[in-house]
Design a protein around this ligand. Structure first.
Ligand SMILES: *Cc1c(COP(=O)(O)O)cnc(C)c1O
Length: 420
C-alpha cells in the first residue's frame, strides 16, 4: 500500500502513542482553505472527529471555526479556536441552554419543535444584547459574525448512500433531522415556526466523494429548496472526504456555487475526518508473540498465523476498527499470505474480539518490535476509553521541522477519575 508521509523517527516515543504530523495536517488544511478561497464558502472543524485542541491554533489559521455536538465540544472550540462556534445536538438540555447561547453563535435545532421550545430563550438573550462575545474577526478579515444568534434547522434530505446503517442519518425512522413531511406538518400547525430561522442544515454523507454530495443535494433542493429563500446559509454537514487523493474537488465547488448563486446564501461545510485524514499514527509495541499457530484461508490457500499481543487495543484505542469495522494499515505490512510471516494482532484486553486484524511481514515479529498504524488521528483519541484499566495512549505531535514532542501523557488518575 502506498501512503504519503514525511519522515518521523517513531522510536523516539514511548508507546502506545498517537502521533499527529502537523505537516500532514497543514497539507490537508491547505486543500480546505483553497475551497474556501475559491468559492467563498465557510468550512468548520467538526470536533466530534478530531479534538486535539493543541492543534486548533494551526487549524484556525485555515478554517472558519468549529462545530460541536454538545456543550463541552462547543466550549472547547470557543476556548481554543478563533472564528465561529456552531452547535447541533439531537435535543438540547434546558439547564445547558443558557451556556450554549453564551458559547455558540450558530445553533442548529433538530426539528422545528426543538426550535419552538427554545426560541424565546434565544430571543430574550439577543434582545438583552448578550452576545456570545467576543466575536473575533476571522482569518479572512471579514466580519461575518452577526451580533445575534444565527439559528438553523437540521433537515433529513430523505436520501443517502451510506452502506453501514449505523452511519446512515437517513435510515428509516431516523431521529436526526426532519423529513419534508415532518417539517411541513409542524409548519401547518405553527405557521410562524420559521420566523427567526436563518439556515438549513443537512448531514447525510459518510467518507464520501462529491458525486454522492451532488445526488444528496438534488434531493435536498427538491424537498427543501422552496424554504431557502430569505435565509442566510445552508450547511452541507460533514462526511465529505475532501482530502482523499481521488476526491473530486471541482465537483464540490460546483455544488457549493450552485446553492450560493441560486439562493444568495453562504454554504457551510463541517468536515471532521477530512481535516485529520491520514495525518496521524498510533505507535505500538509487540508485547508477546504467542507459541501457537492456527490456519486461516486466503482464497484457496491456507495461511499459518500466530497470535500476537500488542500494548494497544482495538476496543480501547481504535474502537472504529470494531465499530465501523475496518482493517487499519500498518507500515511495512502486507495482507495475510502476502509476505512470509503472518500474525493475528490482538489487543491487551480480555475481550476475545479485541482483534485488530491479520497481517504479514517480511521478518518475524518479536517482543519489543514497534508497529505503526496509519491514519489514526481522527475518531481515535475522541473515542478511546480505559476499558479493562488499559491506559490511554500518549498524544504526541511532529512539528513543521520534523521534531517530535509529547503533548500529553495519561496515567492511573485518568482511569480512576471517570469512576467512583
Ligand atoms: C459527524 C458529523 C460531522 C462530521 O463528519 P465527518 O464524517 O467526520 O466529516 C459533521 N456534522 C454533523 C452533524 C455530524 O454528525
Amino acid at each position: 500500500m502506498e501512503i504519503w508521509m514525511y519522515d518521523i523517527d517513531f522510536d523516539l516515543v514511548k508507546t502506545p502513542a498517537y502521533v499527529v504530523d502537523e505537516r500532514l495536517l497543514r497539507d490537508n488544511l491547505e486543500i480546505l482553505a483553497d475551497v474556501i478561497k475559491d468559492t467563498g464558502c465557510r468550512i468548520l472543524l467538526a470536533q466530534k472527529g478530531f479534538s486535539m485542541f493543541c492543534e486548533y491554533p494551526l487549524i484556525g489559521r485555515y478554517l472558519c471555526g468549529t462545530t460541536a455536538s454538545s456543550l463541552y465540544e462547543a466550549r472547547l472550540g470557543k476556548e481554543h479556536m478563533q472564528g465561529e462556534t456552531h452547535i447541533f445536538a439531537p435535543a438540547y438540555r434546558e439547564e445547558e441552554f443558557p451556556q450554549i447561547l453564551s458559547v455558540c453563535d450558530h445553533v442548529v435545532f433538530n426539528s422545528l419543535e426543538q426550535w419552538i421550545k427554545f426560541r424565546t430563550k434565544v430571543w430574550e438573550c439577543d434582545n438583552r444584547g448578550v452576545v456570545p462575545a467576543p466575536f473575533m474577526m476571522d482569518v479572512h478579515g471579514d466580519e461575518h459574525a452577526s451580533q445575534v444568534h444565527s439559528c438553523g434547522i437540521r433537515v433529513n434530505p430523505g436520501y443517502a448512500e451510506v452502506e453501514h446503517e449505523i452511519y446512515n442519518p437517513c435510515c428509516a425512522g431516523s431521529r436526526l433531522g426532519s423529513t419534508l413531511a415532518e417539517f411541513e406538518e409542524t409548519l401547518s400547525k405553527y405557521p410562524d415556526a420559521l420566523d427567526g430561522i436563518s439556515g438549513l442544515h443537512f448531514h447525510a454523507l459518510c467518507e464520501q466523494n462529491s458525486d454522492t454530495l451532488e445526488r444528496v443535494l438534488d434531493h435536498f433542493l427538491d424537498s427543501f429548496g422552496k424554504y431557502i429563500e430569505g435565509m442566510k446559509w445552508v450547511n452541507f454537514g460533514g462526511g465529505h472526504h475532501i482530502t482523499r487523493k481521488d476526491y473530486d474537488i471541482e465537483l464540490l465547488k460546483k455544488c457549493i456555487r450552485r446553492v450560493q448563486d441560486e439562493f444568495g446564501v453562504t454554504v457551510y461545510l463541517e468536515p471532521g475526518e477530512a481535516v485529520a485524514l491520514n495525518t496521524g499514527y498510533l505507535v505500538s509495541t509487540v508485547l508477546d508473540v504467542q507459541n501457537k499457530t492456527f490456519y486461516t484461508t486466503d482464497g484457496d490457500r491456507e495461511v499459518e498465523m500466530t497470535p500476537v499481543i500488542l500494548d494497544t487495543s482495538a476496543a480501547c484505542h481504535m474502537p472504529d476498527v470494531l465499530e465501523m469495522p475496518y482493517r487499519p494499515y500498518i507500515l511495512d505490512s502486507g495482507m495475510p499470505g502476502e509476505k512470509q510471516y503472518n500474525y493475528r494482532l490482538g489487543g491487551n484486553t480480555c475481550l476475545a474480539g479485541d482483534i485488530i486484524g491479520d497481517y504479514s511481514f517480511d521478518a518475524p515479529l518479536k517482543a519489543g518490535d514497534r508497529l505503526v498504524f496509519t491514519d489514526m488521528a481522527h475518531y481515535s483519541m475522541v473515542k478511546n476509553n480505559t476499558f479493562n484499566g488499559i491506559g490511554l495512549p500518549a498524544i504526541a505531535a511532529c512539528d513543521m521541522d520534523g521534531r517530535l514532542r509529547v503533548v500529553k501523557e495519561f496515567g492511573y488518575e485518568d482511569f480512576k477519575s471517570r469512576l467512583s
